[in-house]
Design a binder for this molecule. Sequence first.
Ligand code: MG
Length: 261
Amino acid sequence: MITLRSPREIAHIRQAGLLVWEALQRACRMAVPGAATAELDAAVEAFFAEHGAQPLFKGVPGKVPFPAVCCISVNEEIVHGIPGPRQLREGDIVSIDTGCRLDGWCADAAVTVPVGRVAPDVQRLIDVTRQTLELAIRLMGEKRYWSEVAAEMDAFVRRHGFSTVESFVGHGIGREMHEEPQVPNFVSDSFRRMGDFELVPGLVIAVEPMVNMGTKRVRLLQDHWTQVTQDGKPSAHFEHTIAMTPQGPQPLTVGPHGESW
Ligand code: MG
């Protein structure tokens, strides 16, 4: 069942979203050659702690509980990368994904940034992924059903010669990080039959396109978390928590003046 949120509840999620925005801004500024991914994670952890926010990712159950506050995924890593001693290098791309709960309400966002100068086709992958999220936000104000948005997201990705990851999807968000509905970035027959939902005021979802330069196929590393592309080509990921309001879609994980990635 999908729970719709009141304007007051959405305002609470926005407060959590502002913290997520600021935390990710700080992490992005640290994504320079020589920085260890664990340093970025530590900065986000300290920021949430300073503001009385509870990190959502640390301890997420799995074969081993997720050990960090951020998922940090470099190059061919798609999502769920574990921060550690790995040092970023010029030409890498790094996806940083985090979420927090503030006063009982959750927000979740992700961004991919280049480390120094990256190859032009890799920069284009980042740009197309960010534009796929921007397209989704715009279309949420124009379409009636999510399937209509998702179909155009996937078509946009394909038009640029890239592929949409189908193994992971966005999600409803509110009291918990992962709530109904599931929010895919593509459309399958079973989704049209059983999973589709209407874009009505009060809906709050995390929309998170994951775009691969090559194959959409994924592989899980032996750390039980990190998902990589099967062909080793790079992958990018952008995410915002977004509320539907009577005035249209409103991203809740943007900056204080509505700044986005
Ligand atoms: Mg998410």
